[in-house]
Design a protein around this ligand. Structure first.
Ligand code: ADP
Ligand code: MG
Length: 701
C-alpha cells in the first residue's frame, strides 16, 4: 500500500464532509486516516443480548432493545427543554430522552420503523427511560460488520450533539478498512514479532476495531500496547543518549577541602548505605563533563538534606556556587538553619532569600552573589527573580519538586552561561514504573533505606466519636515529654469553612489542654510569615507541646521530639499528603503514632486510603495505591511534571509490558544505534514518522 495513504486528510474519507472533518479535528485531533485508525476504543460492549422492555431491571445497566418510536414531543422544563420519544416493543413502553442535540435528532428520527437502541436505563415513577440512546435502524444493524464485542470510542459532548455518535465513528472505521483493504504496513521488526510472539500490525488493527473473539482482542491489545510503549521508550532512550553527548556541563573533578573536612570531621552521624550510594552517583555525574539532570527520590525522613549539602560542597570545592530552592518559607528557614549548623566549622558562606527578606539584606545578597562572595543561597521562589544573578552557579537543587513546575526549573538553568547541574529532590515517591516512563531522560537515584533506629510509626484510624480517648492519649504522651501535631485539611475551594474548622478545632484543643500546664501553637497560611516562624520556633524549641496547623507543615519540617500526628478529617486528604504528614513524626528515637480521625460516613475510596495508611508505611506501595485510585493525571508530583498521555497502554496496569518494551528498546538501540540494519527498517521508518508527525512531547500532557 502506498505509504502516504495513511497521511491522507480525513476530509477525503467517504462519509466525512467538511463539517464532520472539522469536528473530528477539533474534538478528537483526527486530521488524517492514520489518526482515525489510531483512535482506539475505550472499552467494548456485549451486544449479543437483546432485551424486552418487560424484562428490564432497575439496575441501570446497559441494555439493547429492539422496538419502534411511536411519538416524539418536546417538554419544557425549568432549564431548557428536553426531547422525549415514546418507544415500544411487544411487551411494553418506555421513554427515550435527549437534552442535547434535539434539533438534529428530531429531524432524523423515523417514526414506526424498527430500531435497535442501546444505552443505560433509568427507573423513575414506575417507568423506564433511556437518556441519549445509541440508535440504529434494525435493517442497517443487521447488515453492518458486527462482532460480539462492540467497540466504544472516545467521544466528546460536542461530537454527540452533532450526531457523530459511536455508530458513526464505527461506520467511518469500516469505510477506512474497506478503502485500505487492511493492507497496513508492519511497524515492528521480524525478530521482535517472533521473539515476543506478537500479533502482526494488520491483525492487531483489525481486531482492536472489529474483534472476532475475546482472545483475538487480547492479542491485539497486547501488541498495540507493546508498540506504543516501545516507541516511547525508544524516543526517551535516544533523547537521553543525545542529551548525554550534547549538553556539556561543568566538570567538578576535584574533591577538595570542604567536602573532605566535612566528611571526615563533621558528619553528625554515619551515612546509610543508600546515602553513600546516592552521593557516589552524584559525584560521578558531577565529575563527568555532561550536565547532571538527576531526580533524587527518598521517602520522608530518609535523609536527603545531607546528600544535598555534600553535593553543594563538591560544587564549592570546584569554585562554583550552589543554590537550594524549597517550596515554602518555613522549609527554607529550616534548611538554612540546618545547613548553617552543619557547616559552622567550615568556611562557607550561606544566605537565605525569601519573600520576606528585607530590602537592604536583599541588596547585600544580590551583591555577594554577583561578586562570588556567597557560596550557598537557600530560598523560595524568590531565587527565580530576575535580579538574582549568580557569579557562577554550578549546582541547583530543588527540594520537594512537586511544588515547582518544569518552567520554573528551567528558569534556574538559564541563570548562567552554561546550565548548572540540577538535582531535584522529592519525597513524593513516584512509582518506579511511572518515573521510568515520565522521566526517561532524567537519571534517578533512590534512597531506599531509613536511618537506623527508626521505629515504625503506629498508625490507627479513629472515628470522631472516640475523641475523648484520643485526648487522653495525647495527655499521656505529653506527660512523657513528647509533642503533638494536630492537622486540619485546607482545601482551596472551601477555604473560609476550612479556616473555621481550624479555629474551632484550636479553641476546643485550648479548652482541653489549658494553660498553664499546656501551651498550644497554631500555624496556618493566613498568618504573617514572621508570626508563623515565631510559632514554629516555639514548637521546635519545645516551648509548646501541641501544634495545631493546616498543611503548611506538610513539607519537610523536622522536630524529632514530636511523636504524635493527629490528622483531622483524614478522609479529605489524598494518600500522598497523608503519607507526607505522617512523615513529620517518627524522626526521633521514641515510638511514634499517627491517628487518622474521620466521621462515620466514608466513601469507598476514602476507606481504601485509610486502610492503606494503617497497613503500610512504604511510600512506594502507597504511591501505587494512590495512582490506582486517582489515575496518573492527578497524582501529586506528576501534575506539573507531565504525565504520559497514552492511547492504549496503562502505565500501572501494563507495567509488565512497559518493562519488556523498555528492555527491548534498549537492546535494539544497543545492537543498532542508528536503526540501520535491514531487519530494523520498519522500526526506522515508524520512528521517523513518529518524530515527524507526533513527537514525544505530544504524549506529555
Ligand atoms: P528528608 O529526606 O525527609 O529531607 P532529612 O534530610 O530532613 O530527611 O533527615 C531526616 C532526619 O534524619 C534528620 O533529623 C537528619 O538529621 C536525620 N538523618 C539523616 N541521615 C541520617 C543518618 N544516616 N543517620 C541518622 N540520622 C540521619
Ligand atoms: Mg527534606
Amino acid at each position: 500500500m502506498n505509504a502516504n495513504f495513511l497521511q491522507t486528510p480525513i476530509d477525503y474519507l467517504k462519509g466525512v464532509g467538511p463539517n464532520r472533518a472539522d469536528l473530528l479535528k477539533k474534538e478528537l485531533g483526527i486530521h488524517t486516516f492514520q489518526d482515525l485508525l489510531n483512535l482506539f476504543p475505550n472499552r467494548y460492549l456485549d451486544r449479543t443480548q437483546y432485551y424486552k422492555i418487560a424484562q428490564l431491571q432497575q439496575t441501570n445497566a446497559e441494555v439493547q432493545i429492539i422496538g419502534k418510536i411511536t411519538h416524539i414531543k418536546t417538554v419544557e422544563q425549568k432549564r431548557g427543554k428536553r426531547l422525549v420519544a415514546t418507544f415500544i416493543d411487544e411487551t411494553g413502553t418506555m421513554e427515550l430522552v435527549w437534552f442535547r442535540g434535539q434539533k438534529w435528532i428530531r429531524e432524523n428520527l423515523k417514526l414506526n420503523v424498527p430500531y435497535v437502541i442501546f444505552g443505560k436505563t433509568n427507573y423513575f415513577n414506575n417507568s423506564f427511560s433511556m437518556p441519549h440512546p445509541e440508535m440504529e435502524l434494525l435493517e442497517a444493524h443487521e447488515k453492518s460488520i458486527r462482532s460480539a464485542m462492540q467497540p466504544v470510542y472516545p467521544s466528546t459532548e460536542k461530537l454527540g450533539n452533532s450526531g457523530i455518535t459511536n455508530r458513526v465513528i464505527n461506520g467511518l472505521m469500516q469505510q477506512l478498512f474497506l478503502e485500505s483493504k487492511n493492507a497496513f504496513a508492519e511497524t515492528l521488526s521480524k525478530p521482535l514479532l517472533e521473539q515476543l510472539k506478537l500479533a502482526s500490525k494488520k491483525e492487531a488493527l483489525f481486531n482492536i476495531h472489529f474483534p472476532i473473539s475475546q482472545a483475538h482482542l487480547a492479542r491485539a491489545q497486547y501488541r498495540l500496547k507493546f508498540e506504543e510503549l516501545f516507541y516511547i521508550q525508544l524516543q526517551l532512550i535516544r533523547k537521553n543518549l543525545i542529551h548525554k553527548s550534547k549538553i556539556k556541563g561543568y566538570t567538578f573533578d576535584k574533591i577538595g577541602h570542604n567536602f573532605n573536612t566535612f566528611f571526615s570531621e563533621h558528619l553528625p552521624f554515619e551515612l546509610t548505605e543508600a546515602q553513600k550510594r546516592v552521593i557516589k552517583e552524584i559525584r560521578n555525574d558531577l565529575g563527568s563533563n555532561a550536565q547532571m539532570n538527576r531526580l533524587l527520590q527518598g521517602d520522608v525522613g530518609s535523609g536527603k538534606t545531607i546528600v544535598a549539602l555534600m553535593s553543594m560542597l563538591i560544587a564549592i570545592d570546584n569554585g562554583f556556587q550552589a543554590c537550594l530552592m524549597a517550596p515554602t518559607e518555613i522549609l527554607s528557614v529550616q534548611h538554612y538553619n540546618g545547613l548553617v549548623g552543619l557547616c559552622k566549622r567550615l568556611n562557607t558562606s550561606i544566605e537565605i532569600l525569601t519573600g520576606s527578606t528585607k530590602t537592604s539584606k536583599r541588596r547585600e545578597i544580590h551583591e555577594k552573589l554577583e561578586n562570588g562572595e556567597l557560596d550557598i543561597l537557600i530560598g523560595t521562589h524568590a531565587l527565580l527573580e530576575d535580579k538574582v544573578k549568580f557569579k557562577n552557579l554550578g549546582l541547583a537543587i530543588v527540594d520537594e519538586q512537586h511544588r515547582f513546575g518544569v518552567e520554573q526549573r528551567s528558569k534556574l538553568w538559564h541563570k548562567n552561561e552554561y546550565p548548572p547541574h540540577v538535582l531535584v529532590m522529592t519525597a513524593t515517591p513516584i512509582p518506579r514504573t511511572l518515573a521510568m516512563s515520565v522521566y526517561g531522560d532524567l537519571d534517578i537515584s533512590v534512597i531506599d533505606e531509613l536511618p537506623p533506629g527508626r521505629k515504625d510509626i503506629k498508625t490507627v484510624h479513629r472515628f470522631d466519636a472516640n475523641r475523648l480517648k484520643v485526648f487522653r492519649f495525647i495527655r499521656d504522651e505529653i506527660a512523657k515529654g513528647r509533642q503533638v501535631y494536630i492537622v486540619y485539611p485546607l482545601i482551596q475551594e472551601s477555604e473560609t469553612m476550612d479556616y473555621k474548622d481550624l479555629k474551632d478545632g484550636y479553641e476546643s484543643i485550648v479548652r482541653e489542654f489549658p494553660l498553664p500546664e499546656y501551651q498550644v501553637s497554631i500555624v496556618h497560611g493566613q498568618m504573617k510569615s514572621a508570626d508563623k516562624e515565631y510559632e514554629m520556633n516555639r514548637f521546635i524549641k519545645g516551648e509548646t507541646q501541641i501544634m495545631v496547623a493546616t498543611t503548611v507543615i506538610e513539607v519537610g519540617v523536622d522536630v524529632p521530639n514530636a511523636s504524635v500526628m493527629i490528622i483531622e478529617s483524614a478522609e479529605r486528604f489524598g494518600l500522598s499528603q497523608l503519607h507526607q504528614l505522617r512523615g513529620r513524626v517518627g524522626r526521633g528515637a521514641e515510638q511514634s503514632y499517627c491517628i487518622l480521625m474521620t466521621g462515620h460516613k466514608l466513601s469507598a475510596d476514602a476507606k481504601m486510603r485509610l486502610e492503606t495508611m494503617v497497613r503500610t508505611s512504604d511510600g512506594f506501595e502507597i504511591a501505587e495505591v494512590d495512582l490506582k485510585l486517582r489515575g496518573p493525571g492527578d497524582m501529586m508530583g506528576t501534575q506539573q511534571s507531565g504525565v504520559l498521555n497514552l492511547r492504549i497502554a496503562d502505565i500501572i496496569k501494563d507495567s509488565e509490558i512497559l518493562k519488556i518494551a523498555r528492555s527491548y528498546a534498549m537492546q535494539t538501540l544497543k545492537a543498532d544505534p542508528n536503526l540501520a540494519s535491514e531487519e530494523n527498517l520498519p522500526i526506522k521508518n515508524t520512528y521517523a514518522q513518529l518524530v515527524k508527525y507526533r513527537n514525544i512531547w505530544n504524549y506529555i500532557s
